[in-house]
Write a protein that binds this ligand. Structure first.
Ligand code: G1P
Length: 286
């Protein structure tokens, strides 16, 4: 039912400067794979067939990443590096299934999503934020399987003192992993937060959300917020949250990004034994 996904990748990535001066933050690798590729693979695992990137200036590395590199592939064939060749060839999506739209100014997540409106028909569409890396069960697949109609977001509990970094929901009745959402507010101060249940960067949105975004005023931070458009739909369409089973890493923060690197590396047979030994020694000394 959900065949298209939007990947907003126009953000400046200022928290990772100087690494992100010329490199898109979505291209930062967790172990040896860029963040954006994890998101694309998660979308593909959920049955997504069309991948729409909302990019900005200095983001051409993302376009190159998802295209053939003729010289590289020729060199790998020449050197007989089969495994490496497979790695770069396996990630190619079918011709014509990847589209790029430019967001001319970083005017907010809602604005980025709205920039893709002409590529979306009368159908619900997924939105994935590559900063939120989910390890284990793919979150979007769980959402697609649980999705019935209306708008849906991935949710998880966060420490109360962190509510001002997230969209925070007012939860209603729960049905298994699915929770009805009765209210949603973007980045509330701790004393105003209706709960500690936060929106994580996975959404399934109805086409009506694009109409709202087109007329919406700037919200928190002077930006057009996707959260505000979803909140405006409450009562008009079903709105649910999915408590996903995987582990989420906040790769928009430096510590979250380091944790993700460690967690993924510690699962790799080629890295784990040496890393474990080193970590044990380091921790014993500190
Ligand atoms: C965005 C959304 C926020 C959501 C968060 C999840 O915020 O606006 O509602 O909780 O992603 O990571 P950002 O982190 O881009 O400021």
């Amino acid at each position: 039912m959900i065949k298209k996904a939007i990947f907003p990748v126009g953000g400046l990535g200022t928290r990772f400067l100087p690494a992100t001066k010329a490199l898109p933050k979505e291209m930062l690798p967790v172990v040896d794979k860029p963040l954006i590729q994890y998101a694309v693979e998660e979308a593909a695992a959920a049955g997504i067939e069309e991948f729409i990137f909302v990019t900005g200036r200095n983001k051409t590395a993302i376009e190159d990443h998802f295209d053939h590199s003729v010289e590289l592939e020729a060199a790998l064939i020449d050197k007989g590096k089969e495994a490496a060749l497979q790695t770069v060839q396996m990630m190619m999506q079918s011709p014509g299934s990847v589209a790029y739209v430019r967001q001319q100014a970083p005017a907010g997540l809602g604005h980025a999503v709205w920039c893709a409106r002409h590529l979306i028909g009368d159908e619900p569409v997924a939105v994935l934020l590559a900063d939120d890396l989910v390890k284990g069960a793919p979150a979007l697949k769980e959402m697609v399987e649980a999705y019935d109609s209306g708008n849906m977001v991935a949710v998880m509990e966060v420490p109360r003192e962190e509510t001002s970094s997230y969209g925070i929901v007012t939860p209603g009745a729960s049905h298994g992993q699915v929770v009805e959402i009765e209210g949603l507010v973007e980045k509330p101060a701790i004393e105003d937060a209706p709960s500690n249940l936060a929106v994580i960067g996975r959404y399934i949105i109805e086409p009506a959300v694009f109409d709202i975004l087109g007329q919406q005023r700037a919200g928190v931070g002077g930006e057009i917020q996707l959260t505000d458009a979803l909140a405006a739909q409450i009562g008009k369409q079903p709105f649910t949250g999915l408590r996903f089973s995987g582990t989420r890493f906040d790769c928009g923060s430096k510590t979250g990004f380091q944790k993700a690197n460690l967690a993924f590396a510690l699962e790799r047979d080629d890295m784990a034994p040496e890393l474990r030994r080193w970590l044990r020694d380091e921790l014993a000394q500190s």
